[in-house]
Design a protein around this ligand. Structure first.
Ligand SMILES: [Zn+2]
Length: 70
């Protein structure tokens, strides 16, 4: 499994953080293609924050993948 990190907005922290998708890159590409939910997590002091990317963060991720950055 490839270690992917990206920047996304965490609603719980209310700031942009480095997050890891809960799936590998191939699944990520497939989910983005069909417009499905992209579950991500990051580690916070009180425990993991897990949520689904909003459409803007999904678009940013799509663009990064297209450019070969992810
Ligand atoms: Zn958070």
């Amino acid at each position: 499994m490839v270690d992917i990190t990206l920047q996304a907005h965490c609603a719980i922290c209310n700031k942009t953080v480095s997050v890891s998708p809960l799936m590998n890159r191939d699944d990520l590409v497939a989910v983005l293609k069909r417009g499905g939910d992209v579950r991500v997590m990051h580690v916070a002091i009180e425990g993991d924050h897990i949520w689904s990317l909003d459409s803007r963060d999904k678009q940013n991720l799509s663009n990064a993948i297209d450019k070969g950055l992810v």
